[in-house]
Design a protein around this ligand. Structure first.
Ligand code: NAD
Ligand code: UFG
Length: 348
């Protein structure tokens, strides 16, 4: 029996592949490479030395996805495939709703048809909108603020309805906070297509000289130094959270949401200082006006994941900075994919 991982070539997916393979799971990866490179798969094979299957497939392609269910004996699905840029979702809402929601719908219909009723879903802390206070626990009111966030919220609701219609389903909704960092080997990491929207890749690209300076979005928030506070979590800790959630859905039924965060908040300037100290680099920055839609402070209460999944983030901010830099320094142009054009599937 195998685990099907959608979106497995992406940033979080590639780190999840490594953890799954190292834990001995049989793995099938599905990704259309719309926001990732095939080279990530080559590097996963290199890191783990383990075999796995890769299908270059769009989850919206029902026929192609169905053939994967026919060809393989699938026990559970970890569903990460999706589009994730908040700004782009405002510009292209239909594209986001179609890809994220219809994609999940097609996947769930096939799971139902082939009696695979176990899913770990990648949701986001964005479903909490503007929290009334912090830390945020899973029972906070849910209110997404943009089309991307609404796709996550709608999918969560769809999956809850699915469970309520058939109690054989077992579903974990993982609400990620801010994943940063990379595998300690420096062979896999975050590889944004264009100028990064997120803080850490912007910092690493500034450090490596690709970008001139960091723009800090606002220093007049009610926080420790006026800059925005977030719960940054090492991507390897996050990947390990998927394994714990998988163990849970393999052995019990129900639908539950879990915050995957550290429970600690860091401001933008604290991250800049930690990065400079850990890596010995200098990050020039300029304070500019607030970015529309940003909240002042967002960090998790991760107690539920600790109690029910036995999961706790172990890595600290220095590990996150060191590993983010290790990846960027060794791969200044990302994966530079030579295999990108091969429109096919592989057994790695
Ligand atoms: P990513 O873009 O690196 O990975 C997503 C992967 O899904 C990509 O490899 C992309 O090619 C693939 N994909 C997209 N649409 C697809 C489709 N229709 N069929 C097949 N593959 C498809 O992003 P990531 O940061 O690794 O995020 C993974 C998941 O976690 C996403 O669902 C994202 O919304 C969610 N998430 C990410 C963050 C974050 O800060 N990175 C925070 C919260 C939630
Ligand atoms: N920031 C800057 N300059 C930048 C980029 C970010 O000052 O160039 C600041 C932001 O204002 C914010 C903090 O750094 O205070 C973090 O911003 P990110 O863009 O890295 O992360 P967000 O918290 O805005 O969003 C991330 C994901 C979303 C997800 C959300 C909640 O990008 O997809 O976390 O989990 F929904």
């Amino acid at each position: 029996m195998a685990i099907l991982l959608t979106g497995g070539a992406g940033y979080i997916g590639s780190h999840t592949c490594v953890e799954l393979l190292n834990a001995g799971y049989k793995l099938i990866v599905v990704d259309d490479l719309s926001n990732s490179k095939l080279n990530s798969m080559v590097r996963i094979k290199e890191i783990t030395g383990k075999d796995f299957k890769f299908y270059k497939t769009d989850i919206l392609d029902r026929e192609a996805l169905e053939s994967i269910f026919v060809e393989n004996s699938i026990e559970a699905v970890i569903h990460l495939a999706g589009l994730k840029s908040v700004g782009e979702s405002v510009q292209m809402p239909l594209h986001y709703y179609h890809n994220n929601i219809t994609g999940t719908l097609v996947l769930c219909e096939l799971m139902k048809k082939y009696n695979v009723k176990k899913m770990v879903f990648s949701s986001s802390a964005t479903v909490y909108g503007v929290p009334e206070y912090v830390p945020i626990s899973e029972d906070f009111p849910l209110r997404a603020m943009n089309p991307y966030g609404r796709t996550k919220l709608m999918i969560e609701e769809m999956l809850r309805d699915l469970y309520h219609s058939d109690h054989d389903w077992s579903i974990s909704l993982l609400r990620y906070f801010n994943p940063i960092g990379a595998h300690e080997s420096g062979r896999i990491g975050e590889d944004p297509k264009s100028i990064p929207n997120n803080l850490m890749p912007y910092i690493t690209q500034t450090a490596v000289g690709k970008l001139e300076e960091l723009y800090v979005f606002g220093n007049d928030y009610p926080t420790v130094d006026g800059t925005g506070v977030r719960d940054y979590i090492h991507v390897v800790d996050l990947a390990k959270g998927h394994l714990k959630a998988l163990e849970k859905i393999l052995t019990s039924k129900g639908v539950e949401a879990y915050n995957l965060g550290t429970g600690k908040g860091y401001s933008v300037l604290q991250i800049v200082a930690a990065f400079e100290k850990t890596t010995g680099t200098k990050i020039p920055y300029k304070i500019v006006k607030r970015r529309q839609g940003d909240v002042a402070s967002c960090y998790a209460d991760p107690t539920k994941a600790r109690k029910e999944l036995g999961w706790l983030a172990e890595k600290g901010i220095e590990d996150m900075c060191r590993d983010a830099w290790g990846w960027q320094e060794k791969n200044p142009s990302g994966y530079e994919d030579v295999l990108q054009d091969r429109n096919t599937s592989f057994v790695f």
